[in-house]
Design a protein around this ligand. Structure first.
Ligand code: GDP
Ligand code: MG
Length: 161
């Protein structure tokens, strides 16, 4: 089955989106970065399609994510993915950590959707266009918390499967 992999630095809202897609609170949402320990996956049904969604939180948030084994696991997931959802925090704007993730994802850019989260916050609307400088063509402003933009995102995700 197709895999849709969510990546991004800590605290951008990966677990919140994962839970919204899955419709259950499987992933722990926390204000403190680094709380999700393991990569979590679950099946999502949208329109007439189904796919696995993977929250990579535990892999990229691990302090030792430079460690060989974890890097290998991340590369494996990125290779397997039909779509990669690269999440950033619209409220905070672009950070160094976002740029580091962008670099890691650049070889996969054809299947990367840049998801700008927290659009319910006013500051996020002001920051939105800066994110185009990360170099990804498909940009989706959403609010994982309120659900806005998530339907449009899913429509485009399943069109790639
Ligand atoms: P993760 O570390 O990337 O998995 O991020 P989490 O899902 O744990 O969320 C980190 C923080 O951002 C939590 O306090 C969430 O409540 C908050 N958050 C997540 N999505 C949104 C959103 O759409 N809007 C706002 N305002 N806050 C959000
Ligand atoms: Mg998380």
């Amino acid at each position: 089955m197709n895999k849709v992999v969510i990546v991004g630095r800590p605290n951008v809202g990966k677990s919140t989106l994962f839970n919204r897609l899955v419709g259950k609170r499987l992933s722990i949402v926390h204000d403190m970065p680094g709380i999700t320990r393991d990569a979590l996956e679950a099946i999502v049904h949208w329109k007439d399609k189904s796919f696995w969604v993977v929250d990579t939180g535990g892999l990229l948030e691990d302090k030792d994510y430079i460690a060989q084994e974890i890097r290998k696991r991340v590369q494996e997931l990125l290779n397997q993915a039909s779509v990669i959802l690269f999440m950033v925090d619209g409220k905070e704007g672009i950070t160094h950590a976002d740029r580091a993730v962008a670099e890691l994802l650049y070889p996969y850019r054809e299947k990367v959707f840049l998801v700008v989260n927290k659009m319910d916050v006013k500051k996020a609307k002001e920051n939105l266009y800066d994110f185009y400088s990360l170099g990804f063509e498909k940009v989706y402003p959403i609010s994982a918390q309120h659900g806005r933009g998530v339907g449009e995102l899913l429509d485009d995700v399943v069109s790639m499967l």
